[in-house]
Design a protein around this ligand. Structure first.
Ligand SMILES: Cc1cc2nc3c(=O)[nH]c(=O)nc-3n(C[C@H](O)[C@H](O)[C@H](O)COP(=O)(O)OP(=O)(O)OC[C@H]3O[C@@H](n4cnc5c(N)ncnc54)[C@H](O)[C@@H]3O)c2cc1C
Length: 534
């Protein structure tokens, strides 16, 4: 690996550029070796990637008695009618080979006494099939091993501390990127020609006021693909984790579901167990139902808390040291006090629409990992399927690109006319995040969504920085699709359309032009219905 500090991006020497240093990006780069590639990451390798924070592990039907068919069936059941069944089956079938690749790259997956891969069970999986590392350390172990492998691979050039803010196109093909230095208030955009661009920029959690995702998960990859004209699939489907710990940290630390498995209860500020009235399984109901229960208590002003005082009490610190540390460091002792919680944006099922090879609708553009939408998750993601999808599609993209000869990347690219100041207006960012959490979050309705759509359209049209422009673009795509889906399905819940509508069991396929049209018609409607004051 070589790292560049000069600004000679126009002559990076490679025709393949991968944007993102999480699992999808690094795995793709390694799979392409020895073909030269350039990896661009907004944050230094190992930072700013959700991959490093994954706790559970990777779903893979590798245990005796388990099968890819059973794994696919579980994926399809959770996806609420929108999973592409063939995609789910192929994903499950390729899990074994990709786990072997990860072992070769040095990931120390846990093994049982006979030396076989140890597998654990997670919600909605019908078998034990989660490969993991030292309990809850999978993400950290994976990223550490891959960074080491990348640093030992001379064909991979890594440029850290630059983010992609636009795709450059020529006649509908992607021909390069516009980059900018991260963390600098005012900086010049830099253009980089490329023949093949792989976006592996992760999710959109940071667009929400409460999230488990790093700040880099602000939907930039999705936005730049959409602005270049790429087809976007299922953007309205965002998974919320029901129990993020609200101790003033951003991103919010997680209180693992295992706490509820151990008997911890959910109570409101009046000490009432509100889940008892909502589902026969109470606190152990499916994740989206618990998230809605928690959201409703907070919206009603009663607050929501995870109460482990009776279930764990003095054993809390020994049994859940990570959660204990998150609480105690902010002055909450979970052995004696209820933990304040809220639902947090956790995973984006939607993304850049890609085919079985990871190709987007634009020539020259591929996408892998959370920024993409393969059809594997439908309206809701099965636990631990996201890391699997990242490696399976990263490998397919490497295979698809690997054999191609593109010729030299063109240097004749004009800079896009963009605002020079890359700094975000903190107030506008906070407003966007509050609006996403309040109106495009766990419980949605037509009025709230319409208001959000109109505001995001205005923010997009009047953005004073490229970062704000990109955040508003992704927020607009998510909110317009949520406004258009007049039903509740999977992670998308509309209080004004609380039932699933079998006639709407189709995936959303949209573009930024569609989203802008929806926003324009909503603005017209609002104007027409405004009372005329004489
Ligand atoms: C707390 C937590 C726990 C999780 N646990 C699990 C689990 O147990 N199992 C599971 O399967 N999934 C889990 N997930 C989800 C999973 O971690 C992610 O979906 C997955 O890691 C995404 O990988 P990725 O490579 O697509 O993106 P990331 O790992 O997020 O990497 C994205 C990369 O892109 C960079 N980037 C972003 N924008 C730009 C830009 N514009 N220009 C340049 N670089 C950019 C970032 O800096 C980063 O390097 C969890 C997620 C969280 C937040």
């Amino acid at each position: 690996m070589s790292t560049t500090s000069d600004l000679d991006f126009a002559h990076s020497g490679t025709d393949v550029v991968i944007v993102g240093g999480g699992l999808a990006g690094l795995f793709c780069a390694l799979k392409l070796a020895p073909r030269p590639v350039t990896v661009i990451t907004a944050a230094p390798l190992g930072e700013g990637a959700s991959t490093a924070w994954a706790q559970g592990g990777i779903a893979a039907a590798v245990a005796e008695g388990d099968s890819a068919e059973s794994h696919a069936a579980d994926t399809i059941a959770v996806g609420a009618g929108l999973v592409d069944e063939n995609v789910a089956l192929q994903l499950a079938r390729e899990a074994g080979p990709r786990i072997r690749d990860l072992l070769e790259y040095g990931v120390p997956f846990d093994r049982d006494l006979e030396g076989r891969l140890a597998v654990s069970r997670e919600a909605a999986h019908s078998a034990r099939r989660i490969v993991h590392v030292r309990g809850d350390m999978a993400g950290q172990a994976i990223i550490t091993a891959l960074i080491k492998a990348v640093r030992a691979t001379p064909s991979i050039k890594v440029i850290e501390g630059y983010f992609a803010e636009a795709l450059l196109t020529d006649g509908g093909s992607v021909v390069g990127l516009q980059l900018r230095q991260a963390g600098v208030a005012i900086s010049r955009p830099i253009t980089m020609p490329a023949r093949a661009v792989v976006l592996a920029t992760g999710g959109i959690g940071h667009l929400y006021a409460v999230t488990t995702n790093p700040v880099e998960a602000s939907g930039l990859g999705l936005a730049i693909a959409a602005r270049a004209g790429a087809l976007i699939a299922d953007p309205e489907f965002v998974q919320f984790h029901p129990t993020a710990i609200m101790v003033g940290r951003d991103p919010a630390p997680l209180a693992t579901e295992a706490l509820r498995g151990e008997g911890a209860t959910l109570i409101n500020g009046q000490g009432e167990r509100f889940m008892l009235a909502l589902h026969p399984l109470a606190e152990l109901a499916p994740r989206d139902i618990v998230a809605r229960g928690v959201f409703a208590e907070i919206a009603a002003g009663r607050g929501a808390f995870l109460d482990a005082r009776t279930a764990l009490g003095a054993h809390f610190a020994a049994e859940f040291p990570t959660v204990y540390e998150s609480c105690i460091s902010e002055g909450v002792d979970p052995a004696t006090q209820p933990i304040p919680i809220a639902p947090a944006a956790h995973y984006h099922m939607g993304g850049i629409a890609v085919d079985m090879h990871g190709r987007s609708s634009l020539r020259g553009l591929w996408a892998a990992g959370e920024v993409s939408c393969t059809g594997a998750h439908g309206a809701n993601r099965l636990a631990s399927n996201s890391l699997l999808e990242a490696v399976v599609y990263a490998a397919r993209i490497a295979e698809d690109i690997g054999g191609r000869e593109f010729g030299a990347a063109s240097g004749r690219i004009d800079e896009l006319p963009m605002a020079r100041n890359a700094a975000l207006g903190a107030a506008q960012e906070a407003e966007l995040r509050q609006l996403m959490s309040g109106n495009v979050g766990v419980i949605r309705n037509a009025d709230g969504l319409a208001a959000a759509v109109r505001r995001f359209a205005a923010m997009e049209a009047g953005a004073s920085s490229t970062a704000m422009l990109n955040m508003a673009t992704t927020a607009l795509l998510v909110s317009t699709a949520a406004w258009s889906r007049l039903e509740s399905r999977g992670a998308h819940y509309r209080s004004d359309h609380p039932a699933e509508n079998p006639a709407l069991a189709d995936r959303t396929m949209t573009t930024l032009a569609d989203a802008r049209d929806t926003a324009a018609s909503l603005s017209d409607t609002a104007r027409r219905s405004r009372p005329v004051v004489a």
